[in-house]
Write a protein of this length. Sequence first.
Length: 467
Amino acid sequence: MMIRDRALNKKKKYYFIAIGGVGMSGLAKYLLENGCEVAGSDICDSKYIQKIKKLGATVHIGHSAGNVPEDCVVIASTAIRQDNPEIVRAKELGLPIYHRSDLLAEISREGKFFLGYSGTHGKTTTSGLSSYVMEKAGLKPSYVVGGIIPELDTNAHCQDGKYFAAELDESDGTIVKYVPDVVVINNLEPDHLDFYKNGLQSILDTFEKFISKMPENGTVLVNYDCDASKNLHGHRTVTFGLSDGADYQAKNIEFKSDFTTFDIYYKDKFLTDLKIILRGIHNVYNSLAVLASLNIAGVDVNLVKPYFAEFSGMGRRFQKIGSANGAVIYDDYAHHPTEIKAALSSALSFKDKRVTAVFQPHRYTRLKNLWNEFLNAFDGVDKVVVTDVYAASEDVIDGINSEKFAKDLASKGINCEYIAGDMKTVAEKLYPQLKNDDIIIGLGAGTITALGKNLLELDKELTGVAD
């Protein structure tokens, strides 16, 4: 384990611009639990803001130069533009302005054993699962993850146990700031191509730089079945996967109606068996990666093993929202073709159900750069509904839009419909199509998460019965 002696300065004041996001609110919560003074702003209220306000944070709705204290450290994310009035004011005051990754890196140097979870997909689930099983096993871990852990109803916690677990985001290259003791690299493939101009090679170069900073006794745990991550150089690696040759290998996988079981072998010797209630082969990989990372970190696998079977998944990861007009509604954060395929594989595991995928493209650049991959991500579903692009602060790109994408998808023989407007409008047009035993799954990282709520509210309004 690395020796880290840098501690958070509890006398500092921290001001978060856009404090209401799941990642920023988690960092704010961690600081509040650590005794720090926290304030911030966002454009609208949210459940995340309500949680941190209860812990003592001061939160302003709306961005204004007058919100910024004269004696604070300002925390911002890549999404905050330089003409934001609070950024402008912070510069006028000469305040230190940190990226959220700088704060997470500082937190990770608090002297705990640092478990990092990274990769193009799966990092939220693996970091959340790791935190959950350690929490339930009484290890009192500290953690900051990019989603709500439903059973714990939180995305962050500061405790006095030995371990610190965190989701490490690669989207903007800031992953190079972290130095974990054990890092899981779930998989690597082209994404965030607005930042990684040379595609996968740029991502690999960033990860090579990242792992080159690992301590000598640190461990890089990579997916043996992903060629890109498996071929990373520059540090001692341990592998996990389903194929022969992986150091940690899942064998004898059995998919049941309500759970999945498999055996885990290390170096061809039986280590333990595992039961999970998460659906899909991708969650076999996720659970295997977490078990392996904890084993490497010195956690007794028999202590944490029972709690894998209790973990229902992270918020917005194939999360059941309720039922409307006889249809069961799910919500999923999937916004990359590979993630969509994984989410739909979970939906298609329901036998004799009609599956409708409601897809909100996230960012014009992603839709443009992965257009053909998205077109091939919806095989097997009965219908696809495409909603307007969620821009995420990006400018519109000529010729790249949801209506054109829906037409291209329909030309492949897929039953497809484009519905314009906000999610309330989408829900109103979709609701009459719902039938008993339908599966509706919303897919995307934007406002699509409101679809389920809107469908349930409409169902209550029309039937007078709450789900």
